[in-house]
Design a protein around this ligand. Sequence first.
Ligand code: GLY
Ligand code: MN
Ligand code: MN
Length: 436
Amino acid sequence: MFDPAVFAARRAAYMKAIGSQAIAIARSQPERLRNGDAYHPFRQNSDVLYLTGFAEPECTLVLRPGAEHDKVVMFVRPRDPELETWDGRRAGLEGAKERYGAEVAYDISELDSKLAELTANVDEWYVGLGIDDALDALVARTIARLRRTEKKGQRPPRAIVDPREALHELRLIKQPEELAALRKASAIASDAHVAAIRHGRPGVFEYELEAIINYQFRRRGGAGPGYATIVGAGANATILHYIENKSKIADGDLVLVDAGCEYDHYTSDITRTWPANGTFSPAQARVYEIVLATQLAAIAMCRVGTTIDDIHQFCVKSLTEGMIELGLLAGPVEERIKDLSYRRFYMHGTSHWLGLDVHDAGAYTRAGKPRPLEAGMVITIEPGLYIAPNAEGVPDELRGIGVRIEDDIVITRGDPEVLTAACPKTVAELEALAKT
Ligand code: GLY
Ligand code: MN
Ligand code: MN
């Protein structure tokens, strides 16, 4: 976890951004039942993590920049020796104050009764609605309560403001400690991909590679995968979010692995595609080289002032030219871009923000237009080509080939920093590694 001063500075920046006539609420999503009485592993809401580092369930943070005292209020689970014996340690109210920056902490069971007085008489509440029904209901109940006390001097807000504007702009520009976490998450994931490439050969099951990858994440101190690990061999590589990972790898298959490690709550996001038997077939190599050349040129575009849309448009053009060269589409290229037929083989975006969330917070547009990249932003570059096994009107030898190559890039004032550069991706490197 970062130094408490990091979280204090983030809270101060957020409070400055919303101003003294506002309060902000951030809170953990409810724990989810998996089956019976067993729960999915809990992962804290990223806004709560960003502002406090507090990772326990049942937490609500209230920031009150205009208050004279108690600007940082946390509602948390109290210490409870018996429950802690069953469910694990709790920071409790004292811990919230001593370790997580709360000026005052309350038992989470008091949230309903205390929230109205803590949030009365400001113009705006920064709270994300439409994500968690329980939070929506809490906000409505609290406003109803304040309507009733208005004559006595405690009034509800005039507006509810989406926190994405203020808070997610802060999350978008990564500070040095965040970049350090992302570097570590990227280094671990790069090594995990290398281990998978070494181990993956015909006869091995996709789930074995998933296990090797997720094992590497944990043994190096990561929390695990930042999103469900994708291991798709052969035609499974043409399914974008294939997470079943249950097929046996066959001789002649390409294997596509999309896996990122979460470290200190920040995740990397890497995709590599390689031949299980150590040799790309001529058709596989042709597809691969088109994606790789596109990806390298797209990474070179990752500079201050360019937009993600510019980069995507470039990739669409380059990949569509490739589709024509491969005989997947008939030219001219501009027509195939205009009529969107390229989407049969390249149907997703090229980039997204990366950070606490794999698809991280932050606006992609400004006044309806793509926004220019700025130093400190972190994005992925992930072009691909996916030729379905039953695609009609395409050369036989290309059917069932799926290739994606994905790296994580820091925008700097100079050249882009490729966080995942240690993970091999040339044909020669991959073939050599897959043969070892
Ligand atoms: N692994 C999710 C993505 O690449 O966006
Ligand atoms: Mn991605
Ligand atoms: Mn990915």
